[in-house]
Design a protein around this ligand. Structure first.
Ligand code: C5P
Length: 218
């Protein structure tokens, strides 16, 4: 990696996507949403009738879905076997199943390899759960975003229609518990990551702080 890698990890609803895209735009960098890759594989498993609660069944087909992930921060594209799934991968069905699929080591090893290949020479902002710990341990800057459960649920509920803050809080608590306790690359703050609590900050304030941290390191 010759260029810069900015790793942004954190639980769901901490603001990773908006912050990462804003930082990438400001720096003229590419942007990689690794969560979209786990969601795309999950979408494919559901479409093909794979029992997502069986790690063996998921592992057996982990190599099959062909992913194509765009890295433009404006409108990142997500294709599986040539089909545009940018919308469907945000649906409730995929969201409910993605933690089980992403806990399967065969899924992780293939996606981590693809993520490293996309990162390539760098100049990229990468968001996920294990970027600072596993995917890009040498990233120049690692940020671990957090926010109160209340703030995270409220943000997510505002993004989605037909849901409540309470329903989002329950769904996120479940997903975060699964993501944090799995054996393979659990959600964790890297020892050298800067923790940023976004509860009381606006999006622009968080982006400005990350840009300041980037500047400090260049
Ligand atoms: O970030 P997003 O909510 O789209 O991620 C969806 C799910 O993908 C997470 O809940 C987690 O289970 C999985 N994931 C992961 N490792 C990453 C990114 C996402 O396990 N680097």
């Amino acid at each position: 990696v010759t260029g810069l890698v900015v790793a942004i990890d954190g639980p769901s609803g901490s603001g990773k996507s908006s912050v990462s895209r804003g930082v990438a735009k400001a720096l003229g960098f590419r942007y990689l949403d690794t969560g979209a890759m786990y969601r795309a594989v999950t979408w494919w498993m559901l479409k093909h009738g794979v029992d997502v609660d069986s790690p063996e069944a998921v592992a057996a087909r982990a190599a099959e879905p062909v992913l194509s992930i765009g890295t433009g921060p404006e409108a990142p594209t997500v294709r599986v076997d040539g089909e545009d799934v940018a919308g469907p991968i945000r649906g409730a069905e995929v969201t409910a199943a993605v933690s089980a699929v992403s806990a399967v080591p065969e899924v992780r090893s293939r996606l981590v390899a693809e993520q490293r290949s996309i990162i390539g020479a760098g100049d990229i902002v990468v968001e996920g759960r294990d970027i600072g710990t596993v995917v890009a341990p040498d990233a120049r800057l690692k940020v671990f975003l957090t926010a109160s459960a209340e703030a995270r649920a409220a943000r997510r509920a505002a993004e989605l229609s037909g849901t409540t803050v309470e329903a989002q809080r329950a769904a996120m608590a479940r997903r975060d518990a699964l993501d944090s306790t799995r054996k393979a690359a659990p959600l964790a703050k890297a020892a050298d990551a800067v923790e940023l609590d976004t509860t009381e900050l606006t999006l622009d304030e968080v982006i400005a702080e990350v840009l300041r941290l980037v500047k400090e390191r260049t």
